[in-house]
Design a protein around this ligand. Structure first.
Ligand SMILES: [Zn+2]
Length: 384
């Protein structure tokens, strides 16, 4: 099983990691375990990554720069943000300094141009082995309100029409879904191989459109980074819900070097599975959340994916896709990330049983409790 560590170095402007403390922590770990890669970002600080790269070289550990794509970059340039189905902007919110969860339209060519330019100007001379692309999606349930139903900017509307989508019908259908009191307001008809099918024609086309858009734009960006000789890893939602936010993990897997689906089952912030299910319940009703879990295959229906369900999913991922390294919420943060030792142990049981090819200790090494690291370091590993 490959092993990666993720470190939050701070937002673009605020350095939040002490290089000496980081090296000290890494030394302790790398004395015992071979670490395949460090994912760190997104503070702008060439010297930090240079020093880290030098430190990692004798261990043959790769360095990936954590780079948010459809969010956060307005620190550098002006972006066209996604619009909801009333063609209005969505609300932003923030959980930690340097992160704002705004979202840019993936179909606006200027946005893609900006992303490439920012990388060229600010980061292309960093001594790194690859980039790790984050926020490669549309807003999720956790963005609140009706944000998940975006983007209805003029560019997207035109593109949807070209694909034969009746946009007016779609808007009405979305609005009406909020008046429904039933357990399946989105009329999900089928869920298979992490993809959803909807009974309503426009809704089905709309979700396909979102997934097509993300795959198309991310593939373009992967090519951009690869011509620079960089590897590309992707951060996605847990594969059982990622399709709902535009991340068709099966198609994204074809070009990326690796994918880290965020199986965050103790996180109460965006991408945390219980948090997303809870916000979906708030959007509609309790039964709607339970229906979603049930169609995924979860029997317990407690705002989360249990051990059995996750094991099945990991088995599928290991068998059918390449280089899927499970992202696990190892760190502890007050009111946000609530993992404990029991949870960490259970995760290793799941990964072993599911024959997982890799793990990413997420999402901030500096706030991973010692007890959690101890479990990781003492774990016997056939590949060591
Ligand atoms: Zn748009």
């Amino acid at each position: 099983m490959k092993k990666y560590l993720q470190v939050f170095s701070g937002g673009f402007s605020n350095l939040e990691v002490d290089i000496n403390k980081l090296k000290e922590k890494l030394l302790k770990i790398m004395k015992i375990k071979k670490i395949d890669g460090i994912i760190i970002g997104w503070n702008e600080n060439k010297e930090l990554y240079k020093e880290l790269k030098e430190f990692l070289r004798p261990y043959e550990t790769k360095l990936y720069f954590w780079f948010p794509v459809f969010s956060e970059l307005s620190y550098y340039k002006k972006f066209s943000k996604v619009l909801d189905c009333k063609e209005e902007g969505i609300e932003n919110f923030s959980f930690q300094e340097g992160e704002n969860f705004e979202f840019y339209c993936p179909n606006t060519i200027e946005n893609i141009k900006n992303i490439k330019e920012i990388f060229n100007d600010k980061f292309s001379d960093y001594e790194i082995d690859g980039v790790f692309l984050d926020k490669i999606r549309y807003p999720a349930f956790s963005n609140g309100g009706k944000a998940v139903f975006s983007c209805f900017c003029p560019v997207c509307i035109e593109k949807m029409r070209e694909k034969g989508i009746d946009v007016e019908k779609l808007k009405i259908y979305i609005e009406q879904s909020f008046e429904k009191l039933e357990s399946n307001p989105l009329e999900i008809e089928k869920y298979k191989n992490f993809r959803y099918k909807f009974k309503n024609k426009e809704m089905n086309q709309y979700f396909q459109f979102k997934n097509d858009s993300i795959v198309e734009k991310i593939n373009e960006l992967i090519d951009f980074f690869k011509t620079k000789g960089l590897e590309v890893g992707l951060d996605t939602y847990a594969s059982d819900i990622s399709y709902l936010f535009g991340q068709d993990i099966i198609r994204l897997n074809q070009k990326a070097d690796f994918i880290k689906p965020m199986y965050y089952r103790r996180t109460y912030a965006p991408a945390g599975i219980p948090f997303e299910i809870q916000t979906f319940k708030k959007m509609y009703n309790k039964e709607a959340g339970e229906f979603l879990l049930k169609i995924i295959g979860e029997e317990d229906l407690k705002d989360n994916i249990g051990k059995k369900q996750m094991t099945e999913e990991v088995k599928y991922l290991s068998k059918n896709l390449e280089n899927i390294f499970l992202g696990i919420d190892f760190n502890r943060k007050e009111n946000i990330a609530l993992s404990n030792e029991e949870y960490i142990k259970e995760v290793f049981d799941i990964l072993e049983e599911g024959d997982s090819k890799g793990i990413v200790l997420s999402w901030d090494l500096m706030s991973i409790p010692e007890e959690h690291l101890k479990i990781f370091l003492e774990k016997e590993d056939k590949c060591d």
